[in-house]
Design a protein around this ligand. Structure first.
Ligand code: HEC
Length: 171
């Protein structure tokens, strides 16, 4: 009995230790991307930029502007919960909108239909636009997007390092 009890305690301790280890990994690794959707100042700025640069084709998430309908199979998707924007990790959204192509995970966008925004909005403005889009999603969609981000942590971190935040660091 005593031996069995000792085993049980040892087992519980192991499980407990593993649990704490995992807890540490999950809470200390910042793999949920670089969009600043929790920051109201960023998302307010992003909303204004989105309204002037994106809404004419993609519509406003609140329905105040309807998306453009085109006859091709590649109509501009709504960025709301009904769309598939959340399926792209942060780095891919950033690169798709800026350059029309992402280093991984995504098919390039049709340059005839979706403009490349490099040089039209700054990197920081683009982060604000995408942060605004994420802020409009219901919690469950944001959480799904966080999970996608976690699978692409190294890409997110690499692209985040290249983003010109306008701080002058990159000249
Ligand atoms: C002239 C119309 C037009 C404008 C303006 C435009 N888009 Fe698009 N966008 C499209 C079309 C069309 C597609 C689909 C292209 C394809 O499938 O190849 C698309 C695709 C996308 C996608 C990939 C699909 C998705 O939902 O993940 C993203 C992200 C996106 N656009 C974001 C933006 C953002 C952000 C802006 C503003 C900065 C913007 N677009 C401005 C037409 C436009």
């Amino acid at each position: 009995m005593l031996v069995r009890a000792a085993y049980t305690i040892a087992f519980l301790c192991l499980v407990g230790a593993a649990g704490w280890g995992l807890h540490g990994v999950l809470t200390t690794q910042d793999d949920d991307g670089f969009l600043q959707w929790r920051d109201p100042a960023v998302t307010a700025a992003g909303r204004v930029l989105y309204a002037s640069h994106c809404a004419s084709c993609h519509g406003m998430p609140d329905g105040s502007v309807k998306p453009t309908v085109n006859t091709s199979a590649k109509a501009p998707p709504l960025h709301d919960a009904s769309g598939h924007t959340w399926e792209h990790p942060d780095f891919a959204l950033f690169q798709l909108v800026r350059d029309g192509v992402a280093v991984a995970n995504c098919v390039p966008l049709d340059p005839e239909l979706m403009p490349k925004f490099k040089g039209i909005v700054s990197d920081a403005e683009l982060v604000a636009i995408l942060s605004y889009i994420k802020s409009t999603w219901p919690r469950a969609v944001r959480q799904n997007h966080d999970r996608v981000n976690m699978m692409y942590g190294p890409y997110n971190r690499a692209v985040r390092k290249l983003i010109d935040t306008g701080s002058g660091e990159h000249g």
